[in-house]
Design a protein around this ligand. Structure first.
Ligand code: NAP
Ligand code: MG
Length: 405
């Protein structure tokens, strides 16, 4: 069989622990036999990030900007415990995802992979709901203050011009807690653009919701900026494709989402997205079946799994055990990146190959061959066998071979 040719490389970011093991297996079994793979490889494994003082993460992000498509393996974000586990670390390096997101000014879209044999908890959900979470500001960059006597808090902004604006927040008669939040117009606008761009790319409606009836100035700005971007840049394309941009209050949105059939993108402010993405992920099944794509306002895309490095499995793997770690989300990260590369370069074969990888994976699951984490989620009466990761990938590879033969 002649291998599928690529013209432009994509950025490949390798990672840590069990997902790094799966990464190599996916390439070996599902991609390299069929594709003349061209990547710019960056090793974001923790020790290599340490050796390069995290420069490799920054280089990978700029390469993504340049090449337009990346695929990323899950990586360890070091915490205190990891510093003890890896004594050679010279610093508690920041989350690679945070670094990449900041450089690409991107929004992460999380979408579940749905299967007929795994019914969502919400029975009327037929198609995936993709959550777009604004990943800058609000509570996540807030400052907090505790006070223990009666008094008054004010909020002052000092402009570079020297102009000042001051507000009284509240006068209190006893101990109190305070918080000041902000967001940046530019960040909200980039968020809006990424959302409209991704909706067009996916051919799906876009929903957006905030609490602008209460937070008239703050959430009102989010609502206004989305409207401005829609009217000025995206409306024509939405109408041409028959797509809808739908704004509603967050309370109303929550009720409508539960009653919906799914199949749309739901854009949310930082905190709402944090909470709702966990709810939607759980209701659809499992973190191991959740993909994530970081989208820049200019359409640059970085694909990854939503889950982490699956540490517990890795330690069993190191002891020589064959683990049953689910590779689906990582496979879909690769297939997503290959399809996007193919779309951008006009390589129909590559797009078809990405789709075949996904079809072969889902058909294998529908045949009842799956990793053990899914056994508890399938419909009663559905006959399924739990296998280890390698056996599962071999079964997918067999299907892929016959599909492409
Ligand atoms: P995790 O790696 O997602 O795993 C948590 C648990 O979820 C696992 O122990 C496993 O449960 C289950 N699980 C997750 N993915 C699975 C899969 N593909 N197949 C089967 N089971 C799966 O989260 P974590 O243990 O909290 O974090 C581990 C490391 O990942 C941390 O160092 C963190 O910094 C990093 N992380 C990275 C990213 C990223 O790069 N995007 C995201 C999140 C976390 P059982 O053990 O019960 O089987
Ligand atoms: Mg959360």
């Amino acid at each position: 069989m002649e291998k599928i040719k690529m013209t432009t490389p994509l950025v490949e970011m390798d990672g840590d622990e069990m997902t790094r093991v799966l990464w190599a297996m996916i390439k070996e079994k599902l991609i390299l036999p069929f594709v003349d793979l061209k990547t710019e490889y960056y090793d974001l494994g923790l020790l290599h990030r340490n050796e390069t003082k995290d420069q490799v993460t920054i280089d990978a992000a700029y390469a993504t900007k340049r090449l337009g498509v990346a695929v990323k393996c899950a990586t360890i974000t070091p915490n205190r415990q990891r510093m003890e586990e890896y004594p050679q670390l010279t610093e508690m390096w920041k989350s690679p995802n945070g670094t990449i997101r900041a450089i690409l000014d991107g929004t992460a879209f999380r979408a579940p992979i749905v299967l007929p044999c795994i019914k969502p908890v919400v029975k009327n959900w037929e198609a995936p709901i993709t959550i777009a979470r604004h990943a800058y500001g609000d509570m996540y960059k807030a400052v907090d203050l505790e006070t223990d006597e009666p008094g008054t808090a004010t909020l002052t902004f000092k402009g570079e011009s020297g102009a000042e604006k001051t507000l009284t927040v509240q006068t209190v008669d006893g101990p109190a807690v305070w918080q000041a939040q902000h967001n940046k117009e530019g960040s909200i606008r980039a968020f809006a653009r990424s959302c409209f761009q991704y909706a067009i790319n996916q051919r799906q409606d876009l929903w957006f919701s905030t609490k602008d009836t209460i937070a008239k100035g703050y959430d009102g700005a989010f609502k206004r900026i989305f409207e401005e971007e829609y009217e000025s840049t995206y409306k024509a394309e939405f109408e041409k494709l028959g797509l809808t941009y739908f704004y509603t209050l967050i309370d109303d949105a929550v009720a409508r989402v539960i009653r919906s059939k799914g199949g749309f993108i739901w854009a949310l402010k930082n905190y709402d997205g944090d909470v709702m993405s966990d709810m939607v992920a759980t209701a659809f099944g499992s973190l191991a079946m959740m993909t994530s794509v970081l989208v820049s306002p200019d359409g640059t895309m970085e694909f990854e799994a939503s889950h982490g490095t699956v540490t517990r499995h890795y330690y069993r793997y190191l002891k020589g055990e064959k683990t049953s770690t689910n590779p689906i989300a990582t496979i879909f990260a690769w297939s997503g990146a290959l399809k996007r590369r193919g779309e951008l370069d006009g390589l129909e074969d590559l797009v078809k190959f990405g789709q075949a990888m996904e079809d072969a994976s889902l058909e294998t699951l529908m045949d009842g061959v799956m990793t053990k984490d899914l056994l508890g989620l399938v419909e009663p009466g559905f006959r399924a066998t739990g296998v280890d990761s390698e056996t599962f990938l071999d079964a997918i590879a067999d299907r892929l071979h016959s599909k492409l033969a």
